[in-house]
Design a protein around this ligand. Structure first.
Ligand code: GLC
Length: 358
């Protein structure tokens, strides 16, 4: 069910929401394993005086479809260490791993994470570091939070308290991304407030860890104007880019009502629209005075390879031009760049990404 998408998602449109957007200013945070009511810190724009920590991500690829599923393997893919070797050898320096942590923790306080599951995440982190990859741990597909944030926000904070404590002694190459694609009822000011609360909890154990923040509207360009970052030199903003959605998701077999197959790209005017979007993303980076990660961009496997490569080439060079690190979507398991049936990269896509297999 959770893979079924509505047409407004990622379309860049600000989708109408019947959500109550007024935050109370009071939230909850974990303190030594105990829930306490705390004031949400006042959010300001990141001040220009703050030293800005480096964000050494350049060539990134998503490793989604494995830990993103309710159980790893449900969607036909389990991460193997050889995948990380292959990714490193092609020239990527970073992987972004979407993980459905919410499916592996107690429903009630203290929301303890399943020890077997978190041990598996340890292994994936170890593999990344052993293969000289920066790894972004992204909390993904928390559908209950999107449907009922009043109940689930405190659980999100508690999940991050545990994840942060677990990885506090890992190198800076392990980064945290609080929530993938905020959407539905989890929209508006509460998205900023809750991510700031999560950061406060993370900072108790990880004073300088890079933490990535997303805007609402499925994390796409329609949400960037709403994103505010706390005053902290180690925070980064993120945005996803799948425009035109009717092209990148055309005929997508996993959607209940996909845009029609056979869509061409670019249609007249679409290159100009891309330029306009890039200018908007660059302005967003200026406003938040922090690095911005283009966290996902890609084209579904239902689109002919030549067109996938054309779009990927155009986007990759456009992001490079504005010096924006970008994470291609996806290694395998949907939106494939790598074909596991023959254990080979799709050469046109790797070329479009300006990389070469070794
Ligand atoms: C988001 C979703 C993922 C989907 C991708 C492309 O990352 O979480 O399930 O495959 O976008 O639409």
């Amino acid at each position: 069910m959770e893979r079924l998408r509505s047409f407004c998602r990622k379309s860049g449109l600000v989708c109408a929401l019947g959500t109550v957007l007024i935050g109370s200013g009071v939230g909850v945070a974990v303190a030594q394993g105990v829930w306490q009511a705390t004031k949400v810190p006042t959010r300001t724009q990141v001040s220009t005086q703050l030293p800005r920590a480096p964000f050494p991500v350049e060539r990134c690829i998503n490793v989604a479809g494995a830990l993103e599923a309710p159980n790893e393997g449900d969607w036909g893919y389990k991460i193997r260490e050889r995948d990380f070797k292959t990714i490193r050898a092609a020239g990527f320096d970073t992987i972004r791993v979407p993980i459905k942590f919410s499916a592996h923790a107690m429903e009630q306080a203290p929301y303890t994470l399943d020890p077997t599951f978190i041990a598996r995440i340890d292994e994936v982190v170890r593999w990344a570091l052993r293969n000289d990859l920066t790894i972004i741990l992204n909390l993904c597909h928390y559908t209950e939070l999107f449907e009922n944030p009043d109940v689930h926000e405190r659980r999100l904070v508690a999940l991050w308290a545990q994840i942060a404590a677990r990885y506090q002694n890992t190198p800076a190459k392990v980064m945290f991304e609080i929530i993938n694609e905020p959407q539905e009822a989890f929209s508006g000011p509460r998205v900023n407030q809750v991510q700031a609360e999560v950061l406060t909890v993370i900072r108790k154990t990880n004073p300088t860890r890079t933490v990535i923040f997303a805007g609402d509207n499925w994390g796409n360009i329609g949400g960037i104007d709403n994103l505010e970052l706390p005053d902290d030199p180690y925070v980064v903003g993120t945005v996803h880019y799948y425009q035109p959605f009717e092209f990148t998701h055309s005929g997508a077999s996993w959607m209940d009502d996909p845009p029609p197959a056979g869509r061409m790209w670019p249609r007249p005017g679409e290159t100009r629209e891309l330029q306009r979007d890039l200018a908007q993303i660059a302005a967003f980076r200026e406003r938040i005075k922090a690095p911005v990660l283009l966290g996902e961009y890609g084209v579904g496997v239902e689109v002919p390879m030549r067109l996938r490569a054309d779009w990927t080439r155009a986007m990759t060079s456009a992001f490079k031009e504005i010096k924006m690190p970008a994470c291609y979507f996806n290694f395998t398991g949907g939106f494939d760049t790598y074909d596991r049936s023959v254990e080979q990269w799709h050469a046109p896509l790797l070329e479009a990404l300006q990389l070469r297999p070794k």
